[in-house]
Ligand binder design. Sequence first.
Ligand code: ATP
Length: 293
Amino acid sequence: MIQLFIPLNFLGFVYREIRRALTDLENMLALLRRQPAIVDTPDAKPRQAGAGEIYFERVDFGYTPERPILRNFSARVAPGSKLAIVGASGAGKSTIARLLYRFYDIQGGNIYIDGQDIRQLTLESLRRSIAVVPQDTVLFNASIRDNIAYGNPAASEEEIDRAIKAAHLEIFIRSLPQGDQTLVGERGLKVSGGEKQRIAIARVLLKKAPILIFDEATSALDSHAEAAILDALRELAAGHTTLVIAHRLSTVVDADQILVMEQGQVVEQGSHAQLLAKQGAYAQLWNRQQEEH
Ligand code: ATP
């Protein structure tokens, strides 16, 4: 009996594995069907260099037709200025960044960079003009130097050294056993959230794109790490048009313009001082975060 049980048990295992693989495949195909691949239009042109002005004009967007996320969203970001987007989780903040990068196409309205409709641009030239500091930076199983150079494979050794300095990574790297040749990633040294973000900042510096998106990590950093990142970011933002998807209001205080979003719509807009004076939604968020500290 037991001789029969083992192969049957094994067959059961194989059957379950195959079922699971098929379900994964079905889910993947459903996802592919739902999200048509974004490709260049037949007459797409490379982006013409400009100062980096961004204009979202009455944008409507939903990931699925049944559920609109952004409704009539408009915002203009002047070249070299900093726009911060704040609001509760699920308000649509990261969606705005994804649309600028053209991960999805919008259903209504237009998005322009320097007056050029992003749908008319080649994806390659559009995405080359935008550098992203993501929420969670992926590190490869390679040296920390190679991980930084990934931001621009054509960068010179001097440019990499400068990026390391500007991202305030020098002291950290000097403390490592093999300096910038130390392996990081899954199989190498584990680095903290703050250090990861500084590696991302160094990558962005190397990319030399006019537009910068900073998708702030949701998990709180300790105040020392946060201060170091804020310094590096301020230096980085100089000369870039910057979009900050903010979770902590400490990163938005110096923004030229802050948008407060609720369920896909802008409910307040202004500088930190203007919004505090309004004593509305932003002031409430601010007071709540001050109490948490
Ligand atoms: P958070 O602060 O939590 O990051 P957010 O304001 O950035 O939130 P978004 O990520 O822009 O919010 O999401 C807005 C809404 O869109 C949410 O309700 C979310 O569930 C939905 N959403 C996000 N990504 C997808 C997706 N790929 N497919 C379907 N719905 C999505």
